[in-house]
Design a protein around this ligand. Structure first.
Ligand SMILES: Cc1cc2nc3c(=O)[nH]c(=O)nc-3n(C[C@H](O)[C@H](O)[C@H](O)COP(=O)(O)OP(=O)(O)OC[C@H]3O[C@@H](n4cnc5c(N)ncnc54)[C@H](O)[C@@H]3O)c2cc1C
Length: 244
């Protein structure tokens, strides 16, 4: 339960508050406002003007508090990312949930994180000093601190394919593919585990299906067997490649 609430007017004020123990950033509050056993102290980010979305060179710079829906509706949002955002949450939640809150709360079934990981998105992060982290590193280490923006390259080809129980369900298996003009090809898999998985980051697309299959050789849970996921992941990876 939220027991202490702060609404700073500047980023510096927010960072000072967040340096205190047991203080966490509040994005859209869709997760933080859920009942919890212990007290939660929050720093509401809504006055910090961190919600802009703008194209800078080849990157879409998305402020941490931009909502999923505002990114979905942005003219520069790639089509594959739109598919992933729609699967992440229904519209009422997309209208409140922020891009940063969604990444922080994400697990392996997050379609948004799966697509951004394929696109090699970068996180601008502050835990006393500002730094830029690749999303891979961020998801692996899950550091405490404040995300201020996310940088998404949009001059690349992308595709997203998935299998779920119903069209609106979160996928049991998802494949996201990004390919740069240089030939660099990144494939990520979602639908399982604590974080989406990087299956391949190569200079070309050779071996994509094998990489997809191998990455899920232990992806066994109550939703699907590893054998099934290995088979379907390879098929989804091939479909992604055919699309781009
Ligand atoms: C009823 C309901 C139940 C849900 N249950 C779950 C669940 O159990 N697990 C799950 O993953 N998702 C759950 N969700 C989905 C949740 O809505 C999404 O994860 C959502 O996208 C979170 O975004 P938010 O902006 O609302 O985050 P918030 O609820 O504001 O925050 C979520 C987390 O992100 C952190 N955070 C927010 N902004 C920043 C920032 N700028 N920098 C650093 N950290 C930040 C917060 O401190 C918190 O730890 C639920 C949604 C609903 C409506």
């Amino acid at each position: 339960m939220i027991t202490t609430y702060h609404r700073p007017q500047t980023l510096d004020e927010a960072l000072t508050l967040l340096a205190q123990p047991n203080m966490v950033p509040l994005g859209g509050g869709t997760l933080l406002s859920q009942p919890t056993t212990g007290p939660v102290s929050v720093v509401d980010l809504q006055r910090l003007a961190l919600d802009s979305i703008s194209l800078k060179g080849n990157d879409l710079e998305v402020g941490a508090t931009a909502t999923l829906q505002s990114l979905l509706e942005n003219d520069n949002c790639p089509e594959a990312l739109k598919i992933a955002i729609k699967l992440e949450a229904p519209i009422n939640i997309r209208n409140s949930a922020t891009v940063a809150g969604t990444l922080v709360a994400s697990d392996g079934r997050s379609t948004f994180a799966t697509m951004l990981l394929a696109m090699d998105a970068k996180i601008t992060f502050n835990n006393g000093a500002s730094s830029i982290l690749g999303l891979s590193e961020f998801l692996l280490t899950r550091p405490q601190g404040l995300i201020t923006s996310i940088s998404i390259p949009v001059n690349i080809k992308t595709a997203f394919e998935f299998v779920s129980r119903t069209p609106a369900d979160k996928p049991i298996i998802a494949a996201a593919l990004a390919q740069w003009n240089s030939g660099r090809t990144r494939l990520t898999l979602g639908g399982y585990g604590k974080s989406p998985m990087l299956a391949m980051d190569g200079t070309e697309a050779d071996g994509l299906e094998t990489a997809a299959s191998n990455a899920y050789h232990e992806a066994n849970d109550e939703w699907a067997s590893a054998e099934y996921r290995m088979d379907v992941a390879a098929t989804l990876a091939r479909r992604c490649l055919e699309k781009i």
